[in-house]
Design a protein around this ligand. Structure first.
Ligand code: NAD
Length: 499
């Protein structure tokens, strides 16, 4: 399958074959640079999802998969990593056309995909289980097993990277997967099938159903054949999915939204901090779960830092994401742009002061695209919705502070707990803050540092469970305890508990 600029039709991937939807219905996907539809994908129904889950269940016990030793499974995943390495330019192009992120950004993001597969390939034969020191007359050991069929659902902002985290970790533990990409960006994940097949993945081990969250997604998370749900997306969808999971007592891993604080103390390196604030909110047009959308600036450096940020953000080049000198592309789709602009209006109604941006940019080549100006609000109060809700766009709220205690209160006063940034030269304060911030990731004098070998995941309404690192692997396993009697002496009393 190749990506092109003219419209094409992708199919779902079930049991090792590309298949058409039973309903024959399709959804169009639009390039956000020009608003033109460039491909369509099946709008899967519950019957399509059922076929995918059945294929995954069958593959779970297929000797071509279940019969692999952990070492052989690792070799297979390493072949995926090798094949993926040659695929970067093609996938980056597809993702840029799909979600409008800069080509240099999608290339850099894609570069982690082979690393993710390589990392988890290395773990397959190193999960040893454990021996528990019970009495001499008994043997107890703990073993890690695959959970079974994993339902994986991902959003549109980094489709293949987020999918690879789930796929590689789930497969490393011996599970099988049904994956549903976002209806906005299914193409790169479907293109990646070529990599999976070339590595020799048996049919049914990975199945991909496309379609809408409320239909295909809901059918998947409600399916009785699913043993574990792993979801990355918005907090509201996560809540709906967690309810479904609770109905059947299915475990779920949730990577959700954020409203992350980026805190600059008076002793910070002002130039670095200003760069960190800009990268935190304007990279990828603010469409990152970790976006540092709340800036807290100490009063001593408030004007200096804010002036720098406003000056640099005012010069950000919006434009075609395919060009190397573009700094912000369009946001991913029209309704999303409208939602961001609604938040800008709301901020003004709430009484915040618009210091920069705030509008759609339509001049010249941008006329048909979904371009939103880098936007900065001052005079923001903690209780305003622009300071509390995830906007997922290039909109920064700035709030001054005076003391450490005060800013900790502000930073933690949120339903979210995904990430936080701290800028200071005081090493004790940096770690004090890291200790007390309610966030799954804390960055000190940096922002957006991420790696597949480091566990990532939020607290509170930002989710639960980790992606990346060994912790992530364990999420895709279940722990079994096995007891054996070593004694030849008959137990005369059936009512005594063994230990
Ligand atoms: P979304 O929640 O609207 O959709 C995400 C996925 O869930 C899509 O595939 C969608 O079809 C599906 N979905 C939606 N409702 C569903 C339902 N009821 N049942 C089953 N599936 C359903 O999110 P989005 O707009 O695609 O992505 C943006 C969100 O993702 C932001 O909130 C962002 O913070 C979050 N995100 C989080 C992380 C993280 O690691 N924490 C990473 C990237 C994005």
């Amino acid at each position: 399958m190749t990506a092109g600029t003219s419209e094409r039709t992708y199919q779902m991937y079930i049991d090792g074959k590309f298949v058409e939807p039973r309903t024959e219905k399709y959804l169009g996907s639009v390039n956000p640079v020009n608003g033109e539809q460039w491909y369509q994908v099946p709008d899967a129904s519950a019957a399509d999802v059922d076929a995918a889950v059945r294929a995954a269940r069958k593959a779970l016990h297929d000797p071509r998969w279940a019969g692999l030793t952990p070492t052989a499974r690792g070799k297979l995943l390493r072949r995926v990593a090798d094949a993926a390495a040659a695929f970067g330019d093609r996938i980056a192009l597809v993702e840029t056309q799909d979600n409008g992120k800069l080509i240099r950004d999608t290339r850099a993001t894609y570069a982690t995909v082979p690393m993710i597969w390589e990392y988890f390939a290395g773990w397959t034969d190193k999960i040893h289980g454990n021996l528990v020191p019970t009495a001499d007359t008994t043997l107890n050991y703990l073993k890690r097993e695959p959970v079974g069929v994993v339902a994986a659902i991902v959003p549109w902002n980094a489709p293949l990277t987020l999918a690879s985290h789930k796929l590689a970790a789930a497969l490393a533990m011996g599970n099988t997967v049904v994956l549903k990409p976002s209806e906005i960006t299914s193409a790169s994940i479907l293109e990646f099938v070529e990599v999976l097949e070339s590595a020799g993945l048996p049919p049914g081990v990975v199945n991909i159903v496309t379609g809408r969250g409320a239909t295909a997604g809901d059918a998947l998370v409600s399916h009785p054949g699913v043993d574990l749900i792993t979801f990355t997306g918005g907090t509201d969808a996560g809540r709906a999915i967690a309810h479904r999971a609770a109905e059947r007592h299915v475990r779920c891993l949730m990577e959700l939204g954020g409203k992350s604080p980026n805190i600059v103390f008076g002793d910070a390196d002002v130039a670095n901090a200003a760069n960190g604030l800009i990268a935190g909110i304007f990279a990828a047009a603010g469409q990152a779960c970790t976006a540092g959308s709340r800036a807290y600036l100490h009063r001593d450096i408030y004007d200096e830092v804010l002036d720098r940020v406003v000056e640099r953000a005012g010069r950000i080049r919006l434009g075609d994401p395919m060009l190397d000198d573009t700094e912000i592309g369009p946001v991913a789709y029209e309704a999303h742009m409208d939602r961001i602009l609604d938040y800008v209006r709301l901020g003004q109604e709430e009484g915040a002061t618009l210091r920069l941006g705030g509008a759609r940019r339509t001049a010249g080549d941008l006329a048909r695209g979904y371009f939103v100006e880098p936007t900065i609000f001052e005079g923001v109060r903690q209780d305003m919705r622009i300071a509390r809700e995830e906007i997922f766009g290039p909109v920064l709220s700035v709030i001054p502070f005076e003391t450490e205690e005060e800013v900790l209160g502000y930073a933690n006063d949120t339903e979210f707990g995904l990430a936080a940034g701290v800028w200071t030269r005081d090493i004790s304060r940096a770690h004090r803050m890291a200790h007390r911030l309610d966030a799954g990731t804390v960055w000190i004098n940096t922002y957006r540092a991420l790696s597949p070998i480091v566990p990532f995941g939020g607290f509170k309404a930002s989710g639960h469970g980790k992606e990346g690192g060994m912790e992530s692997l364990l999420e895709y396993s279940r722990l079994k305890s096995v007891w054996a009697n070593l004694s030849d002496t008959p137990t005369n009393d059936p009512f005594v508990v063994q230990k």
